[in-house]
Design a protein around this ligand. Structure first.
Ligand code: F6P
Length: 572
């Protein structure tokens, strides 16, 4: 047994390190282009391609040389990356502003590892597996039909109500693993169990999501780490009212408390608040304050996934996370993919001055992956103060964004290819499709992948004046048709989008985020930046409701906007 909480060393200003200075000089001295580097070194692709679990990661189309990588790894060592990684994995309170351990990696430790992980006197492994066992049992009872709605009908739809980390992870994974959804056991239903998600406090979200649902076959999971989030609690009340009214409208006679108990369960760290809402705490699944919301899809927050996809699929997902955790914890830095990709992002942001980072999955099933990564990366690293309270003097968190290919190609890739900005991009693709359709003789997945290969090639190598002119183009059209190349990208491939591979991908980006946060000296695990808006929204409620004194107390712009709202709000 180990008891592991320990003091967190002060952040090291990365710009004061020898490696940072060396990187600056290296950048000034760097000459050549991707075309030249590939021509000069036939081994470049092999040298800069790495395996992590099932992921095959080609970094060779980035604006780096072997020396860049060496210097970036020097920087990682100088800022104490390995020590901080080990401290996180051991349960040190590296989330200093909230005095918490950061242990999402404990959520995917298999049962029975010796020594058990004991943090703050608590056997974390035992706690995690107790909840996992309850989630599994609950999922099985819904899937087998043992758990029914208040009228005895099987559950067919699970509505997850949550926002931020209590929504984005479950939605993204559900969409990604839809081919794994089934009807559960002993069901003669043709359709698989369905998951739906309500997150926005815009009442249209709850309305649109519930309007065609049968209340008798609907189960609601209220997912909120704090169980105080305005959006989630408001939506939970709206859906409770909808469900009870809809049952009544169907002429069902029922006891309200029993109906809520049969149709509502909760996932939260605040089990007392769950009971206040009217959900029986025995139908609540807990987690811990050492799991950040954006790192929680592999906690009980994934209950909706265990129900709809099945607990075995959920556990395969966790095993995938674990594969990447082990790689991150043990692979030498020079082969450690999360470290290499995180340090590459440092290079792109702090030396090449990239402001954004595109994530481009060539998989329609991953269409919510960029949105998921936005919270993971930007809520984690969108900060300008280091964990000792000092201000940073360098750029931090880049803007993550993206859409699946090939859709993005017909929308924003123009700017990636010929715009004035440098936009590093991660291309993600899978060798075997979930749906291998053919168009006559054509394997459509091969058409799709041809686009995947073409885009990173075009970005890297461009099209020269000579190449454009050789096609017969002349005059002013020539520059318009030229592509500069040297636009950096990383290609990530895997055999197929399985639950395990998805877990590996998510954990990869979690650890990349950690690596960047560590170099920048920031606490990637708090999110004070979302608080002010929440406070102001509550304080503005009287003004929005028409209190003239409260309106007059606002700044002129806000007061006028509220007056516009009040003048134009139509009511029945
Ligand atoms: O407001 C931001 C945030 O706290 C996220 O970090 C979190 O994922 C989300 O709100 C939802 O919080 P909760 O799960 O407590 O409802």
């Amino acid at each position: 047994m180990t008891d592991t909480a320990s003091a967190v060393p002060a952040p090291i200003d990365p710009t004061e390190t020898a490696a940072w200075r060396a990187l600056d000089q290296h950048q000034d001295a760097l000459t050549g282009s991707l075309r030249e580097w590939f021509e000069a070194d036939p081994q470049r692709a092999a040298t800069l391609t790495h395996e992590a679990g099932d992921l095959h990661v080609d970094l060779s189309k980035n604006l780096i040389t072997a020396e860049t990588v060496d210097l970036l790894l020097d920087l990682a060592r100088e800022v104490g990356l390995e020590e901080r990684r080990d401290a996180m994995l051991a349960g040190a309170h590296i989330n200093t502003s909230e005095d918490r351990a950061v242990l999402h990696t404990a959520l995917r430790r298999p049962a029975g590892i010796e020594p058990a992980l004991v943090v703050d006197g608590q056997d974390v492994d035992a706690d995690v597996h107790e909840v996992l066992g309850r989630v599994r049992a609950f999922a099985q009872s819904v899937r087998s039909g043992a758990w029914t709605g208040v009228t005895g009908k099987r559950i067919e739809t699970v509505v997850n109500i949550g926002i931020g980390g209590s929504d984005l992870g479950p939605v993204m994974v559900y969409e990604a693993l839809k081919p794994y959804a089934d009807a559960g056991s002993g069901s003669d239903a043709a359709a698989p169990l369905e998951a739906r998600f309500i997150s926005n406090i815009d009442p249209t979200d709850a309305y649109e999501t519930t309007k065609d649902l049968d209340p008798e076959t609907t189960l609601v999971i209220v997912a909120s780490k704090t169980f105080t989030t305005l959006e989630t609690i408001t939506n939970a009340r709206l859906v409770r009212t909808w469900l009870l009214d809809a049952l009544r409208a169907q002429g069902v006679e029922f006891d309200e408390a029993e109906a809520v108990a049969k149709h509502f369960v909760a996932v939260s760290t605040a089990l007392d608040k769950v009971a206040d809402f009217g959900i029986d705490p025995k139908n609540a699944f807990g987690f811990w304050n050492w799991v950040g919301g954006r790192y929680s899809v592999d906690s009980a927050i994934g209950t909706v996934l265990a129900v709809v996809l099945g607990p075995d699929v959920f556990e395969e997902l966790l095993a995938g996370f674990r594969t990447m955790d082990e790689h991150f914890a043990t692979a030498p830095l020079a082969e450690n993919v999360p470290v290499l990709m995180g340090m590459l992002n440092i290079w792109n942001v702090n030396f090449l001055e990239a402001e954004t980072h595109a994530v481009l999955p060539y998989s329609q099933y991953l269409h919510r992956f960029p949105a998921y990564l936005q919270q993971l990366t930007m809520e984690s690293n969108g900060k300008s103060v280091r964990w000792d309270g000092s201000l940073v003097s360098y750029d931090t968190g880049e803007v993550f964004w993206g859409e699946p290919g090939t859709n993005g190609q017909h929308a924003f890739y123009q700017l990636l290819h010929q715009g004035t900005r440098i936009i590093p991009a991660d291309f993600i693709a899978f060798a075997t499709p979930a749906r291998p359709l053919r168009d006559g003789e054509q394997d459509v997945h091969e058409l799709f992948l041809a686009n995947f290969f073409a885009q990173s090639k075009a970005l890297a190598f461009g099209k020269t004046r000579e190449e454009v002119e050789a096609e017969g183009t002349t005059g002013a059209l020539v520059p318009a048709r030229m592509f500069s190349g040297d636009r950096p990208s990383t290609s990530i491939m895997a055999p197929a989008l399985t639950p395990s591979v998805l877990g590996q991908l998510i954990a990869l980006y979690e650890h990349i985020t950690f690596v960047q946060g560590t170099v920048w000296g920031i606490n990637s695990f708090d999110q004070w930046g979302v608080e002010l808006g929440k406070q102001l929204a509550s304080a503005l409620a009287p003004a929005v409701a028409g209190d003239e004194a409260a309106i007059a107390a606002q700044d002129a712009s806000t007061a006028e906007l509220i007056r516009y709202y009040r003048a134009h709000r139509a009511r029945d």
